[in-house]
Ligand binder design. Structure first.
Ligand code: SF4
Length: 387
């Protein structure tokens, strides 16, 4: 919304164009590796006159290879991995009585909001990195070794629906994992500048091993996707016997009956505006939850600040439909079924929450200074951004 763009303290809606950095990297002689987020493939076609194209991810993979990328991976692979780790972290918290509710941490807008406005809840944030940062680290720390390359000679480019992701990659504790973050709009700009008509580009699969994903991983692109994936992973370890969901006033509540008959409550919150209200209610005891997912943007990443304009609710609904249909085409349902992820554990990470997995997949958070609205440059919005 217009107000959000003007006052967003989290970087989720800030405008910035970094396409020149990609052209510089292409000439640097480094091995350029790309990764594409789920929400990008459901919206980039709006800028290219290819609405409703269901194989956009494949066309983008081939296009990026044509312009010089050496490999293109799927951020949904890392989403499976993140859900797997977060689910085990949650299981550990509920079994050992550690700090609850657990807050999801894959949205940097939400993470920064907690760090700035609710530092007393920093310990509630899952320590698992976002899919973008997890995949960047895998490429630099594991894939580079497999290729026999110095990580310094690899340049990782992430295509995201999100401007906050640019700032996330620059956080000192995460710096160097992802070299460049380009939004959906910047990607469309690169396609247009290339003169290549994507409609005539044959779809190609993502590169392995980080190109395989489950329906759960892909569903990270919209609100509820992270929580749904965590629940999927926990079905067996917690012996979940019943799941019921209801939605009201910007909150989706999921009740999960687990092995000892206990009911675990998960909440998915639609947008940062609602998050403040939810967090206040958690503080006062009016809301009781064990796990809380917050995505800063309306509808989640499909409505991100880096998506094409108009970015209104009609467009977001259409993107959600495309994403749902793309998810339905995936044969793997749960992150647990992702066999390349399981191989990664066998070869390197041992098991969820191991020392090895902590080194690669986990991070830390800290209290950050509040940003006041008067310190933020107010930028003009396109006229069609009414909601
Ligand atoms: Fe970025 Fe998605 Fe969070 Fe929006 S919801 S700030 S697009 S990660």
């Amino acid at each position: 919304c217009g107000q959000c763009v003007a006052y967003c303290p989290t970087g989720a809606l800030t405008f910035r164009n970094d396409t020149k950095e990609l052209y510089k990297a292409m000439k640097s002689g480094k091995t350029v590796i790309g990764m594409i987020a789920p929400a990008v493939r459901s919206a980039v076609q709006e800028e290219l006159g290819l609405e409703g194209d269901m194989v956009m991810a494949g066309r983008l993979v081939n296009f990026l290879k044509m312009i010089g990328f050496s490999k293109v991976f799927d951020v949904s692979f890392a989403a499976d991995l993140v859900a797997y780790e977060e689910a085990h972290e949650f299981k550990e918290r509920i079994e050992n009585g550690y700090k609850l509710p657990q807050f999801t941490s894959c949205c940097p807008g939400w993470v920064k909001f907690v760090e700035q406005f609710y530092p007393e809840f920093i310990g509630n944030l899952s320590s698992v990195k976002s899919p973008q940062q997890a995949l960047g680290t895998l490429v630099k720390k594991i894939y580079a070794r497999e290729l026999g390359l110095d990580p310094q000679d690899i340049y990782v480019v992430s295509f995201m629906p999100c401007t906050a992701k640019k700032y996330e990659s620059e956080r000192p504790e995460l710096a160097g994992e992802v070299d460049l973050v380009l939004t959906t709009k910047e990607l469309a700009q690169i396609v247009k500048a290339s003169g290549i008509n994507l409609k005539h580009v044959q779809p190609e699969p993502f590169d392995r091993p980080y190109g395989l994903s489950s329906q759960s991983g892909l569903s990270f692109g919209k609100t509820g996707g992270v929580l749904g994936s965590v629940i999927k992973v926990l079905e067996e370890p917690l012996n979940i016997s019943e799941i019921s969901t209801e939605e009201a006033e910007g909150i989706r509540t999921t009740k999960i009956k687990v092995k000892d008959g206990r009911i675990v409550t998960g909440i998915a919150v639609f947008g940062l505006g609602k998050a403040r209200e939810v967090i206040e209610k958690i503080k006062s005891g009016k809301i009781k939850a064990d796990i809380v997912e917050v995505m800063a943007c309306d509808y989640g990443c499909i409505g991100g600040g880096g998506q094409p304009y108009p970015n209104n609710s009609a467009k977001r609904q259409e993107r959600a439909r495309i994403l749902r249909e793309t998810v339905g085409m995936d044969v793997l349902v749960s992150p647990v079924e992702n066999y390349h992820m399981q191989e990664l554990y066998k070869k390197y990470l041992i098991k969820p929450l191991s020392e090895e997995s902590h080194k690669i997949l986990h991070t830390s958070f800290k209290h950050r200074k509040r940003v006041n609205s008067e310190d933020i440059d107010i930028l003009p919005l396109p006229l069609d951004e009414k909601d």
